[in-house]
Design a protein around this ligand. Structure first.
Ligand code: SF4
Length: 436
């Protein structure tokens, strides 16, 4: 193997978990390229493999082990860096895994290239770097150009102060903090100039953004003035943090996509209280109705947790009915799993595993049916589609209201925005015809 800081050294990346992790991995990867490392695909032999980990569900933990098995089969001498959320919380457990050389938490993971550059060649002990995460505003000095995705991620915030009882994000990513306003604009301009027509605002609790008097709304207003940028999309956002002006803007001559993903987590007040969520079912429903009435054609999505301790059949039925009746186009269903440091691990009335699986299935089926209804309602309408990839002879892309559309054409539509007429439905995708 080449020396760690030798330009011939190869490095591969894998990102688990959320969009925020993806956007951070893009930046980390660029820092390695800037230092002369050669980046290879994850399943190619590499001197170093960096896994940006996730700990939101138990799958995140299992996925890390699975990935380590895969890379060590390809290259038994690979040095592995585990960075991010799981590294922050479970350093002891992770340091026992084969080939792990570095465990670097969220506070320092963006400096990974320098940590590796400075690593003594003959060091055999696992290097563990997981200091507490500072609460200060932050900047990101390198742009996260992402050649693999048409839509660019723009990180504006990190961490969370809400401490929902099932969640260990505040422990893994620290308390809420915001990226400096001008720093966001600088990266946004660079990403737009590099060709990204759509940027997705990412963070952990982006509705709590604040820097020197600027809030999320001011970030959106400033981004709208970047001429090359055609769309701005808000990723997941907490229900109690969305200012009315945001959805007043959507669909009214704004670049803001008609899309909101707002986690509900449960449809019963008692469970919401146990989860330490900040709203009641009534407040949430009223809010969703108001958004739906104000933004014509909006796509509303949500997250729901099934099998939270103490969830009875009655609680579950209430959740089902609520999700059926609210105008959601889809939902992500998470089976509850006890996390290592989250407060809900102390609750004593677990739901049976088989019951959780059954309830999850029921909600996933409902979500599929609701998505079909949402898509069918778009048939006949004209929508702008940003095309992303060609698959099985069809180009496909997204409308601003998050419908995937495909079209058969000989033209190269990569990163092209086209006005399309929605003609029909093929599984989870609309089939379109080009208008212009
Ligand atoms: S709002 Fe709740 S669920 Fe979301 S990151 Fe914060 S603590 Fe976790």
């Amino acid at each position: 193997m080449s020396h760690l800081n030798d330009p011939r050294t190869t490095v591969s990346f894998y990102t688990l978990g959320c969009r925020l992790n993806q956007s951070e991995s893009a930046v980390i990867r660029n820092t390695f390229e800037a230092q002369g490392y050669r980046v290879v695909d994850f399943l190619q032999p590499a001197d170093i493999s960096i896994i940006n980990t996730c700990t939101v569900t138990e799958h995140g933990d299992a996925d890390t082990r699975h990935l380590i098995n895969k890379v060590t089969r390809i290259n038994p001498n690979v040095r592995i860096a585990l960075v991010g959320c799981q590294a922050q919380i479970q350093k002891e457990k992770l340091s026992e895994l084969p080939n792990v050389t570095w465990i670097v938490g969220n506070a320092r993971k963006m400096e990974m290239v320098f940590i590796i550059n400075d690593h003594p060649e003959n060091e055999t002990k696992v290097q563990v770097i997981t200091p507490a995460i500072p609460r200060d505003h932050f900047t990101i000095p390198i742009t996260g150009f992402d050649r693999e995705h048409t839509r660019g991620n723009l990180k504006i915030q990190d961490g969370c102060d809400f401490f929902c009882s099932f969640c260990e994000i505040p422990y893994a990513r620290g308390r809420a903090r915001s990226r400096e306003f001008e720093d966001i604009l600088m990266e946004a301009r660079a990403l737009a100039a590099a060709g990204h027509k759509e940027l997705v605002l990412t963070g952990i609790n982006i509705g709590t953004y604040q820097h020197e008097g600027k809030k999320l709304l001011q970030v959106i207003e400033a981004l709208e003035s970047i001429p090359e940028l055609e769309r701005i999309r808000i990723s997941s956002i907490e229900p109690t943090t969305i200012p009315e002006e945001i959805f007043q803007r959507m669909g009214h001559d704004s670049k803001l996509c008609r899309y909101l993903h707002i986690p509900i987590q449960s449809g019963h007040d008692k469970i919401l209280e146990q989860m330490r969520r900040k709203y009641t079912v009534g407040e949430f429903s009223q809010f969703i109705d108001r958004v739906y009435q104000n933004v014509r054609g909006i796509c509303l999505g949500t997250d729901v947790i099934v099998g939270f301790p103490g969830e009875t059949e009655h609680h579950f039925e209430q959740t089902y009915t609520l999700l059926r009746d609210l105008p959601f186009a889809y939902f992500h269903v998470f089976s509850y799993s006890q996390r290592h440091v989250a407060q809900s691990r102390k609750l004593t009335n677990p739901v049976d595993r088989a019951v959780i699986q059954k309830r999850s299935r029921i909600l996933r089926d409902l979500s599929v049916r609701k998505r079909q209804v949402f898509l069918k309602n778009l048939i006949g309408s004209a929508q702008n589609v940003l095309f992303e990839q060609k698959k099985d002879g069809f180009w496909n892309g997204l409308t601003d209201n998050y419908a995937r559309v495909k079209v058969k054409t000989e033209h190269d539509l990569q990163n092209q925005m086209r006005l399309m007429r929605m003609q029909g439905l093929d599984g989870p995708m609309l089939v379109g015809e080009m208008i212009s």
